[in-house]
Design a protein. Sequence first.
Length: 695
Amino acid sequence: MSLKPFFFILLFLLSFSSVFAQEMQEGFTYLETGKYIEAKDFFENILKSYPENQTARLCYGRAVGLSGDSEKAVAIFTALKADYPDNFEVKLNYAESLLWNSQFSNAESYYETLIKENDTSFPAVLGYANTLSNLKKYSKALEVVNKALTLQSGNANALTSRKYVRLGYANALSQDKKYDKALTLLDQNLVDFPNDKDTQLNKANIYLVQEDLVNAKKTYEALATTPKDSIVSLNGLALVAHKLSKEKKALDITLIAKSKVEQFKSDKDLYLATQERHIQALLWNKKFTSAKEATDQLTLDYPDNPRILSLKATRGMYTSNFKTSLDSYKSILNKNLGAFDGNLGIANAYRAVGDDMKSYEYAFKTLNYYPKQPDAEKLIKTLKKSHTPFIEEKTTFTFDNGDNEAVSLGVNAEIPFSTRFKTTFLYNYRTTKNTVINNEATSHNFKAGFLYNIRRGISLKSDVGITSASGSTSDYTQWIAEVMLQTKPFRLQNLDFGYKRELQNFNADLLNREIVMNNYIVNYNLGTNFNLGWYTQYIYTSQTDSNTRNLLFTSLYYSILNKPVLKAGLNYQYITFKNQVPAIYFSPGEFNLGEVFIEIVSDAQKKWFYNASAAFGQQFVEEDPSSSTFRAEAKFGHRFSDRFIANIYGKYSNIASATAAGFEFVEFGFKLKWYFLKKPIFNNRIMALKEKVTQ
């Protein structure tokens, strides 16, 4: 910040006659009114006639520096300082030129010598405060600018400097998550500058980070004091509505702001910000065609504008068109390597396509340009969490109306060795018995496997192990295995092919019979951009008892809400067995089930989380009369810390399974999940990438 040249009059009174002072007045006026180019030309002409005149040289130096040529200004004042080594006003201007030239460390030490020379000099004290602020030494800067205000109470320049010191200090405090202290500083600003827009926007941002949406809303509402600021207010209120999951309201607010901003089209930043918020609201409401049309129209007026490229990228993220997003973010970074939207945006896009090392790279770049930026820190935390080893324990208790009971204890572990490769281990102990005929059996399952991301959109999952079973009539060991090729052939589509070898272990009788099932599996899921989805699974099973099974399950569902996720839909299941052996297990020649279901899922990242589903239907078993079905499942969990999560669950079903009709099945249990390491095994590689990025 430059100081007002209030000392010019003193300088020219000491150097010139009153006649010459009048001749210089035009140049002084240019300087005081901010016409620095005109001032530079004016004093350049004066110096042709009076090349050694101190005041003309000083004014010329200020005009040069304030018009943008700070390096030349430093040279001018360096020469003046050499010619007038004891002139305090020359020293002040030299110090200020160091500020213009961003030589903040040099300016700091030089201002300190000036204050030792004259600690009551208002320009020296205020210049020192501004220097400290530029060096982000906000605490000391605030102390020094307060001293300047004791020297000249109410000085407009000093008050403005204090405002920006507080803004910088509050931002630094909020980065350190010291939100209360930051808000106190900003409230002090509002005493000096009631309803100051910069201060209110900073307060609103802190409230948003804290998810204090009530105060964020109040702060944005308080901004609406002028026609322009009312538009800024509406843009903020639309964001608050989005945070509250009130997407329709957010869109309505942006429509009001969009109509108001037309009269301020010359204010490019305000106009673009308002159009941007409106297009974002269209995306929040999944009006993707309208968002594309609005973006294309905006592109005609502002071709290759980074904000518009960011909108195109955001639309790609919402529609799972990640290639478009990556291309747009790359274009932003080609124009500006330090662009926030470009770096954080492409980090999220790489995360979406499964290229986590690239996601790490650009998240670190974001923090390099914007230290402690919360969204980038959150992304890195999420990435590391997904690559941190964990152990999960699951205990279940199962009962059915056929007098079968089972208890299962399972432990599985997942250990990632890179962003593309992780190993899995599983042990399960299960005991089952029939309380009427006292038939019992136990089994031990051991499996080890891996998941390997071959390339974007193609992953291979595999595991192999053994089952050791002990029953009332037989003891045996069988090998079990699973392999699954997971692909994303097209946008919004998943297609998996797999094989799974397992044992029939529903009850003790089946476990004693040692029936091995070889399952050949195809899964297909189709998503859309209009909330409709379709999932289909086909399984062909050949069994060691010479029986075969065909199973088809398909589900058409619609997403009603996003927060919490609320889905409803229709399910259809078809099963047929080659041989009917109802005395041993449910094996109809033909089975059909149709049902309507509804499901609700909360945000799993919250401290408390839940999900619940229910389905009502009708089942048809061969030629038997149809019967109604009902099944329900619920889970309720708590996140005790970032590393320890627990939940309890229960489910009920009366869909035919062990017997053809009248079957009822109940299961309940709990899960414990513990991230037994604090960071990924390959964290050194992640940190090496960070170091490389920040060099």
